[in-house]
Design a protein around this ligand. Structure first.
Ligand code: DSN
Length: 430
């Protein structure tokens, strides 16, 4: 029995004694996680220590304000843990200032907007359907309702018949023409390395604040496996629960003292009230874990696993956007190999076989975000469980058999059994 399973069982016993209904749901969820292969690029399995901190007594306290400046009594230990989280994360990313209070990546991004823009101001980003994020100007999000997005395009690579790479010339052109006050780089479904220096040049051409949303690649950046947005970017936002392997939450970093003050005011009292201090404590634990030398090796494995999975899928005849990956994720584009298959249906079949993914629009997709023509895959969670490069060929083969089954229930049930036995060979981390 792993430490994670033991800790879940002891927490489970406490919950079961008081609320059997909720305990049963949690037990089934642990079983689901144990028995399936998690390939959602934005998900991971945290350590038992991160989960224990999240479930600790630090959930009981109100701590509006910041270290040494709280609105409630009894916050001294919360100051200690928030200070520790800040010290660790600034060391981890090599920057001067950090706000560890955003409840989520979406809140971190909204706070960055509030800190740098007035309602109606123009900013630039990639559109959600091409790999951007809801909070980068979607018309249904506050970023698109209150501010004016101008989206820069991906470039068409004729030789590869592909739209998978950022068009850095177009970014510069958009900046010169529209003069955004904020330029955003960093994405949710972009499999390639981001050239932050090129974004700096574009931002400087119009005096824009340059913001990197590294939610997906934060762990890789911290480990030095992806180039750092520092010193090029003015503001760096991220989540803490993806490749960084911490608790669910957000984070904002900068090297600029004035910006850091604006960011602090934007987070609290601008858009949030009391911080989730149990989560701040868990962030401190996760940042401590990421400072360990083993984290670099882990992130290197995430990337080599992704490269191996991408190669295996392409060898099986699948098309990936940008024709591969440099980081932890890849997007399967079914339009050529399976023109009638939507991402929605593919993700459903995969789930029936115990392989958990997310449907994804692909650049130039003519299907809606509810249907999509692709599926996004990532290797952080599999790598956490200890799967290696050789196992990626097995995973690719399982995916291929699911897609080739055409949704046949009998075949999917057989594959589910095989997935379970693969998953059981790789118990949760401890
Ligand atoms: N929902 C996250 C993702 O899947 O990429 C982004 O917030």
């Amino acid at each position: 029995m792993t430490a994670q399973t033991e800790s879940v069982i002891s927490q489970f016993d406490v919950i079961a004694a008081s609320d059997p209904q909720v305990a049963e749901i949690i037990r089934l969820e642990q079983q689901r996680q144990d028995d399936t292969l998690e390939l959602i690029a934005s998900e991971n399995h945290t350590s038992p220590a991160v989960m224990a901190a999240t479930g600790s007594c630090m959930t009981n306290k109100y701590c509006e304000g910041y270290v040494g400046k709280r609105y409630y009594s009894g916050c001294a230990l919360y100051d200690d843990v928030e200070r520790l989280a800040i010290e660790r994360v600034t060391k981890l990313f090599g920057c001067k200032y950090a706000n560890v209070q955003p409840h989520s990546g979406a809140n971190a991004n909204t706070a960055a907007f509030v800190a740098t823009l007035e309602p109606g101001d123009t900013f630039s980003s990639i559109v959600l359907s091409e790999g951007g994020h809801l909070t980068h100007g979607s018309p249904v999000n506050i970023s698109g309702k209150w501010f004016k997005p101008v989206h820069y395009p991906l470039v068409y690579d004729q030789a590869r018949d592909d739209f998978g790479h950022i068009d850095y010339d177009a970014v510069l052109e958009v900046c010169k023409q529209h003069k955004p006050k904020l330029l955003i780089c960093g994405y949710s479904a972009y499999p390639r390395t981001i050239d932050f220096a090129k974004f700096r040049e574009a931002a400087d051409s119009c005096g824009a604040v340059l913001m990197a949303d590294i939610a997906h690649i934060a762990g890789l950046v911290a480990a030095g496996v992806h180039p750092s947005p520092f010193p090029h970017c003015d503001i760096v936002t991220t989540t803490t629960h993806k490749t960084l392997r911490g608790p669910r939450g957000g984070l904002i970093m900068t090297n600029d003292e004035e910006l850091s003050k604006k960011i602090d005011r934007a987070v609290f009292p601008g858009i949030q009230g009391g911080p989730l201090m149990h989560v701040v404590a868990a962030k401190a634990v996760a940042f401590g874990e990421a400072l360990n030398p083993g984290f670099k090796t882990y992130c290197q494995k995430i990337v080599t696993n992704a490269a191996a999975l991408a190669k295996a899928l392409m060898d099986l005849g699948y098309t990936l956007t940008s024709r591969g990956t440099d980081n932890h994720l890849m997007v399967m584009d079914f339009r050529k190999s399976h023109p009638d298959l939507t991402g929605k249906i593919a993700a459903l079949w995969l789930e029936q076989a115990g392989i958990i993914t997310s449907k994804s629009t692909i650049p130039q997709d003519d299907r809606s975000p509810f249907q999509t023509s692709g599926v996004r895959l990532g290797t952080p969670a599999l790598t956490t469980r200890g799967l290696g490069e050789a196992d990626m060929a097995v995973v690719a083969d399982l995916i291929h058999r699911v897609i080739s089954s055409g949704g046949d229930e009998t075949q999917l049930a057989q594959i589910l059994e095989e997935v379970r036995s693969v998953a059981q060979r790789f118990p949760m981390p401890h």
